[in-house]
Write a new protein. Sequence first.
Length: 255
Amino acid sequence: MSVPSAWQALRGIERFSLCDWPGKACAVLFFGGCNLRCPFCHNAGIAWTPERHPEFFAPDVKKFLAVRSKWLDGIVISGGEPTLVPGLAGFLAQVREYGLPVKLDTNGSRPEVVAELLGAGLIDAVSVDLKAPFAGYSEATGGRFKPVAAQSCLTAMFGLAAAHPGRFMFRTTVTPHVSPRDLDAIRALLPENHTLTEQPYVQPSEEDSHATADTQTRRTRGDLVAGTHSPGDPESAQGQRRERPDPGQAVGRQG
């Protein structure tokens, strides 16, 4: 049985962002699917139910990247959790053909994949979301990432960061369950010469069932493909669903 192309797992595109890679103007490609169920997830729609969102037509996305690459400083690969996607290495090899550096966003649960991508020269930077101190990981991830497993995986990620100076960034969304003491505990875990970026928690509105990270509030509504929670919303994936999404045009908002 053939493995589906990673392009088929794409569920969102942000055409232009100034907040997803500090100091760089970039495009963001979002993969659907995630192995965690964080109650404060800023992109729960495509992370938890990617099958409800339309796939992208790979040639259209490639055309978009070819045209926009001259105005961009980089490409961010996010999700969902991109390290779960079969064929990710081949996908990244194609993305790198546009001559731009690539950053990978990850929850840190698959350090072996990140190590492989770094070793193959397919990514230039890695941003790791740290949810809580190790003891709080089960609650912070909806029971999907137990403390022992979190400690093992993230310790491996910290080792990769130490081995690749200047390539890793670490961030935590300061939800109501994350205390100042928790933040201090998370900082204490980081390898030498690494800092923790705190993302303020934003209370979800009545129509949303999850919170958003602060970067979400700085994005123009409609810049990202993913579903809202209102099927009748003309800016939702349901309201603007078409045979194939146009990566050069806004369709919906971040889930």
